[in-house]
Ligand binder design. Sequence first.
Ligand code: ASP
Ligand code: MG
Length: 408
Amino acid sequence: MGLFVHKYGGSSVADAGKIVNVAKRIAGVHESGHQVVTVVSAMGNTTDELIDLARTVADEPDPRELDLLLSTGELVSITLLSMALRSLGYDAISLSGPQAGIRTDNAYGRARISEVDPARLQHELAKGRLVIVAGFQGLTPDEDITTLGRGGSDTTAVALAAALRADRCDIYTDVEGIYTADPRVVSKAAKLSEVGYDEMLELAAAGAKMHPRSIELGAVYKVPIYVASSFTDAPGTLIQQPSDEAPMEDRIKVTGIAYQTNVAKVTVCGVEDKPGVAAALFEPLAASGISVDTIVQNTSADRTTTDISFTVTSDDLPQTLRQLSSMEPALSVAQVISDSSLASVSVVGSGMQNTPGYASRMFRILADGGINIDMITTSEIRISCIIDREQAHEAVRLLHRGFELDKG
Ligand code: ASP
Ligand code: MG
């Protein structure tokens, strides 16, 4: 008998028929003798609709109230799923994030899980129940409800799997797994049967559709994560520590190409070239939860002033510009320029570690495709280029072919 955490995303519980489908799948797991805790997201686009609704009454909804509002989306789907299971004759119980013992800090809208107290879950499982938990939410030390950031149900699921020491965390979604590139963009993309945490983290951060924090948690607590379709039984992708038995040739290749189309670039011109300027610039952004990605600081010819460019998501651009304009006097900024029509494309693979030549190959492929590179960043196992958004899909296709990932 195993203990599993299963997670179903919004598209898998988008309507009544799909909820009944999920109920039957969970019942099947139970019938084969396993214990299962199921985490669900809000139905379909509910979260977006709730955000829009909030904005009809307030331009900038109060963060505490907004989180409490958003948490209702998941309460709808867990209760319906539990009712569906009960009407099929199974003993199911739904629990909100707080009831399931999920504690967070008090950063509304992007709270981080501080602790999971699994006592209630274990108690319900011991009674032989099917436990359904609301994703994406938790409780602060002051007993207020928080949400974990968009897409946060993945993180809820992996956190519960870690706290329960589950055998595996299954993420069921509308795609069949993790691919070498987005199959909607590259028809020759191939499904990966296995991928390591490190590579998956880079892929997720660079645009593959998973909450990156869930992968971080999985890596730290060694929770194997299986990503598969909620609609078919096709084999999915297992995310885990790569085994030493992986075929040698596979380990030296690029694993996948990821991209993001919501990239904006900000250039702060003419700031003083002296210690503390970058810190003064980025600390307030970090404090307001804006995550800055690629950063480039140019060396100035005269060594008195410099330009700093960085990227944020297009969604964060308005707030970033507001923050910067309030800092301008203190930093004696000459000018702030921004461009919100960019994208990033990334080549990811642990095989790139300590192997020269991948970056130049990437630049050559993009150059031959007539694609101009705006900015570049690298990690040990990822190279990312910021390019024009219009050319993002083409870049992904060219890189997929150029790095010999096209199958067939
Ligand atoms: N319902 C939330 C969202 O749409 C959480 C999730 O889907 O994981 O972001
Ligand atoms: Mg969702």
